[in-house]
Design a protein around this ligand. Sequence first.
Ligand code: UD1
Length: 351
Amino acid sequence: MSTILITGWLGYIWSHAAVVFAQKWYDIVIIDNLSNTNLSVLEKLTTLIGKFTWRSRQPKFYQIDLKNTEEVRKVFHENKIDGVIHFAAFKAVEESCEDPFKYYENNISGGVSLYKVMNEFWIKNIVFSSSCTVYDTMNVTPPYDEQTPKKTINPYGSTKRMSEIILEDLSTHKGFNTILLRYFNPIGAHPSGLIGENPKGIPNNLLPYIYKVATGEYEFLNVRGNDYPTPDGTCIRDYLHVMDLAEAHVLAYEYLQKNKKFIPSSAGPEWFLDVFNLGTGQGTSVLEMIQLTEKAIDKKITYKIWPRRPWDAPTVYANPSKANTILGRKTQRTISEAIQDGWRFITKNNS
Ligand code: UD1
């Protein structure tokens, strides 16, 4: 079976993807610099993979910063890698506006260092985790398909778009086989409650914040604006279960394997490039998320209406039909299930 390299600075999404890849009998090598997670995630991952796949072969882990090209080279020397699933990126929008350099350094320089080594070792298959944030969400009416005009409005989003452009260049000029996956809003956790989203510090995203209110750690949720042009005045997003998202990575990687080209022709390198939205196509408002959570976990979520968050798009949801048709992916889990699965993780980790 082939070996994939998973890079992550998030813990959250890559750990779920690793479980799904392991279930499909891939061998896994992981690079993470542990800046936003810790080794306990790896221990839990090991437990999960052992439990669900009966495998003795566990992921091989390297605590490395991708910017350290020499160290990355070592990983490629020591392992016969067939392809890369590149998640590693910082993702806090407001922080990216305060310190754009941190985002350029991590999200762009880290990626460039990785692609350079991939190119040296002639490993040219990559699935890149991008975001719906690349679309012109302030001016174009959803649903967004993959052809929607692009315009980024914060350094985080710009690093995603810049990375896409770099990979497009590397496909055209260096023969990279690339799939760009544009995520909408991943939520929830593995149903075991062993792995999930556990951000350090104050959560930026909606559901992790709601959970902190549910546990009593925070008194109330700030609903950031209720005067948007939406039915209840609060922003609408396309939330999808992280396991649905993780499973789509395996489908995308298999699709890449079927379509990849790697024999350079005299006319120049041949390459494959495609892009897919990963969303459900269903929009849910902030107030609806509060109600769904109250029902799903049977807790009261107190909230206060707060001023708008700068640069928040009123309504964002996907046209997911390309991924559904070509990759054969389906939304298998409801938002309520995602909320319950995420809550199981929170309660297990708080006890
Ligand atoms: C944005 C990006 C997404 C990216 C994510 C990374 C867009 C459209 N989406 O997510 O691609 O992966 O950042 O962090 O650019 N809210 C509150 N109170 C809170 C927190 C959030 O009311 O305490 C509201 C926000 O105003 C927003 C909604 O909840 O309307 C969702 O917010 P969040 O979870 O941060 O996701 P996005 O901003 O959509």
